[in-house]
Design a protein around this ligand. Structure first.
Ligand code: SF4
Length: 476
């Protein structure tokens, strides 16, 4: 039997309306939540003013939880909502900003912050990049996984739908492991190790271009199904992307997780695909190389060659995409930032030959694969690469990627580089947060990490996160 994917019209964030649509979708697909039900929204980052479109809206979460309770009834023993937000920001902060605590209280659901819960080793299976990965205990103990992605374009992977949403179930030590030209393989690994029982995508207001700072797009749709490959293939078709262009979807399909071909999927619902496609004619993506993307402003990029044979010309999934997100974050906090920023050259990959810097231009050598040799201000500069292939990283011995530690490390590097106009930040991948620190420092603009709208609430959430982590440890 072909897997079914339902596209339903929904033009507003009304929890009752959303609950009705999702309950009907569950009934049509013969799905009944039971036992420990774990909902996984996309809350990669949330802030009411600066990142209002990055996350699954609270009304959508509430509607989904109401639908689960209505359909599952007494067969549900526990209702939970779990996530690990991105760029090391405590998930508690993002849940607060997304307005989730009130929803959880009203629906009697429990929050599972995956940056606090223990994680366990799980086998990936045949064809995986890694033999084992780490998954949070609530995911492993769940009887029913209810995936609630946000419908968004993505600067690294073109789209983020149901498969990509599972990046948010990894803990901090593993989040950035293989988050380079192997990102697509990593997404396939996680989905191979962790199944999902029902998917409802929040496509009421979709996100265009960026994933942390998307532009809103009135799509007016909820997409539902039980097979993530089928759902994502239809999601691609909705915005006229060939499913095979979504590399992680192609990899997941090749590993037997579901179909890629729309002929192998039954598409139903009250929102016909051709009508959706007419609506999304102007839906925008941002799958652009950074040397093309940043040209006329203070930031320009020199992109060299990359170490892995499958992606010599560009590292999709790594530092360049993080640079785009970081620049959009700076713009989010200060729309005029580019008029205030000094010139910065971003150098990534193996670069040969002179950089032809302007006299006042600063340089960020980004990432551990980067190498260059030459003169800056009459001084000889040698940037040596320290990139290691995936097999050289032991997944069982990973750095913690702690928020405070990483902040201190980045600021220390900026301080040590005072008096010079270049800075080398070796990491693979260099996170969005690190990019924000370095761009702000080299460009001489305000660092959003110290914006009063973030500083106190994030640090309070960090302390609560540490306490929560300790509590889980003590409880065993
Ligand atoms: S260090 Fe190089 S290979 Fe690693 S993520 Fe950055 S650009 Fe990609």
């Amino acid at each position: 039997m072909k897997p079914k994917v339902i596209i339903r019209r929904c033009d507003r964030y009304d929890p009752g309306l959303i609950a009705g649509i999702i309950a009907e979708g569950m009934a049509e697909l013969g799905v009944k939540p039971r036992g420990k039900v774990l909902a996984k929204p996309n809350v990669v980052l949330a802030h009411r003013e600066v990142f209002p479109y990055a996350y699954t809206r609270p009304e959508f979460l509430e509607g989904a939880l109401m639908a689960a309770k209505k359909v599952g009834g007494p067969e549900i023993s526990e209702l939970g909502v779990g996530e690990r937000s991105g760029i090391t920001v405590p998930t508690r902060f993002c849940f607060d900003q997304a307005g989730y605590p009130a929803v959880l209280r009203r629906q009697g659901a429990k929050a599972h912050y995956f940056d606090e819960t223990p994680h366990r080793r799980v086998a990936v299976g045949a064809g995986g990049l890694r033999r084992e990965i780490y998954l949070p205990r609530p995911v492993l103990e769940a009887d029913f996984i209810f995936n609630l992605p946000k419908f968004k374009a993505h600067p690294w992977t073109r789209m983020t739908l149901s498969l990509k949403n599972f990046i948010g179930i990894q803990d901090d030590p593993h989040r950035l492991l293989d988050h380079n030209s192997f990102l697509e393989h990593k997404i396939a690994d996680i989905n191979q190790a962790a199944g999902q029982d029902f998917i409802a995508i929040d496509g009421i207001v979709a996100g265009q271009k960026m994933m942390l700072t998307p532009d809103p797009f009135d799509l007016g749709a909820i997409v539902m199904g039980t097979n993530p490959c089928a759902v994502d293939a239809v999601g691609c078709a909705m915005v006229r992307v060939q499913p095979s262009q979504l590399i992680h979807l192609k990899l997941a399909a090749a590993r037997g997780l579901g179909p890629l071909d729309l002929n192998e999927i039954e598409i139903c619902g009250d929102f016909p695909l051709d009508e959706v496609q007419r609506r999304t004619e102007n839906f925008q993506f941002c799958l652009e190389r950074v040397d093309d993307y940043f040209q006329d402003g203070p930031l320009t990029c020199t992109v060299g060659a990359f170490p892995e044979a499958h992606s010599r010309d560009y590292c999709w999934g790594g530092c360049p995409g993080a640079l785009q997100e970081a620049m959009h974050i700076l713009r989010g906090f200060d729309p005029l930032v580019e008029s205030k920023m000094g010139k910065v050259r971003y150098v990534v990959g193996r670069v040969e030959g002179p950089l032809n810097l302007a006299p006042d231009e600063k340089v960020l050598f980004a990432g551990s694969c980067t190498s260059w040799q030459g003169e800056i201000d009459g001084e000889s500069v040698i940037i040596k690469p320290s990139y290691l292939p995936p097999q050289a990283h032991n997944p069982h011995r990973r750095p913690g990627n702690d928020l405070i530690f990483k902040t201190v490390q980045a600021l220390g590097r900026c301080l040590a580089g005072r008096g010079r106009r270049w800075l080398h930040a070796p990491a693979c991948t260099m996170s969005v947060a690190d990019h924000v620190h370095y761009l702000a420092s080299l460009g001489g603009v305000a660092n959003p990490n110290f914006d009063l709208r973030l500083l106190l609430p994030i640090n309070l959430a960090y302390l609560r996160m540490r306490a929560g982590r300790l509590g889980h440890r003590l409880a065993g």
